[in-house]
Structures are given as structure tokens and as C-alpha cells.
Design a protein around this ligand. Structure first.
Ligand code: 5GP
Ligand code: ZN
Length: 114
């Protein structure tokens, strides 16, 4: 989609540090990490948020989530624990309207989040 930051990363027009890639998903490091591991997992196709993706292609949402736990494994936080967050909409502070799961770990994570 034109003018979408994460579509531009998928296209290679904006650089990112890839952690994991399949034919349908991409995982890359967050530019402003909030934890020692902070990776974003996205479908390569554009969907505005997790609800839209779940409604349109639940299998692809499953691939995104599978990507999240694979990222946790390769980052070495599968055993120590991690959080997967899909900020959805304004109250959740979603800033980039291309669905993305944050994989956060490598430190003790506060609960509840702010
Ligand atoms: P949101 O608030 O939408 O859930 O999360 C968007 C995330 O994208 C933020 O954590 C932010 O740091 C990250 N981000 C914004 N711009 C870029 C960028 O150009 N490259 C990368 N790798 N991450 C970005
Ligand atoms: Zn997009």
C-alpha cells in the first residue's frame, strides 16, 4: 500500500534489520527498542490492524503469531518469557496502521502496561 511505512520496509525501500522472513511474514527489529529484544512481526500484505487481519485471513494471523514465537526462540527468550502485543486502535496507541505484533523480552516486563 502506498504511503505505508511497513509496506515500504517489506518492499526494501526503507531499511530494517530482519530477524526472520518467510514468503508471507517479516520480522525486524524495532527502531526504538523498549526491551533487550523488541522485534516487530508483520504480514507482508497490508492489513490495518489485527482485527482486520483476523477477519480477512485467520491463517495468516496464525503465521504472524507463529513467527512471534519463532522470533522468541531465535532471540533466546523462549524459556525466560516474553510478551506479544498487538496494539489495535487509538486507545492502544497504535501508531503504524499496518498490523504488527511486538515481541518484547529479555527483561522483566511490568504488568499491567501503562
Ligand atoms: P505501534 O505504536 O503502532 O504499536 O508500534 C509502532 C512501532 O514501530 C513502534 O514501536 C516504533 O518504534 C516502530 N517504528 C516506527 N518507525 C519505524 C521504522 O522506520 N523502522 C522500524 N524498524 N521500526 C519503526
Ligand atoms: Zn502496509
Amino acid at each position: 500500500m502506498a504511503d505505508c511505512l511497513f509496506c515500504s520496509i517489506v518492499a526494501g525501500d526503507i531499511p530494517a534489520t530482519t530477524v526472520l522472513e518467510t514468503d508471507r511474514i517479516l520480522a525486524f527489529r524495532d527502531i526504538d527498542p523498549q526491551a533487550p529484544t523488541h522485534v516487530l512481526v508483520i504480514p507482508k500484505d497490508h492489513y490495518p490492524d489485527a482485527a482486520a487481519l483476523a477477519a480477512a485471513d485467520a491463517a495468516l494471523l496464525g503465521e504472524v503469531f507463529t513467527g512471534a514465537y519463532r522470533v522468541a526462540a531465535v532471540e533466546g527468550i523462549g524459556e525466560t518469557g516474553y510478551r506479544v502485543v498487538f496494539n489495535t486502535g487509538a486507545d492502544a496507541g497504535q501508531a503504524v496502521p499496518h498490523v504488527h505484533g511486538h515481541v518484547l523480552g529479555g527483561r522483566s516486563l511490568d504488568w499491567p502496561p501503562g
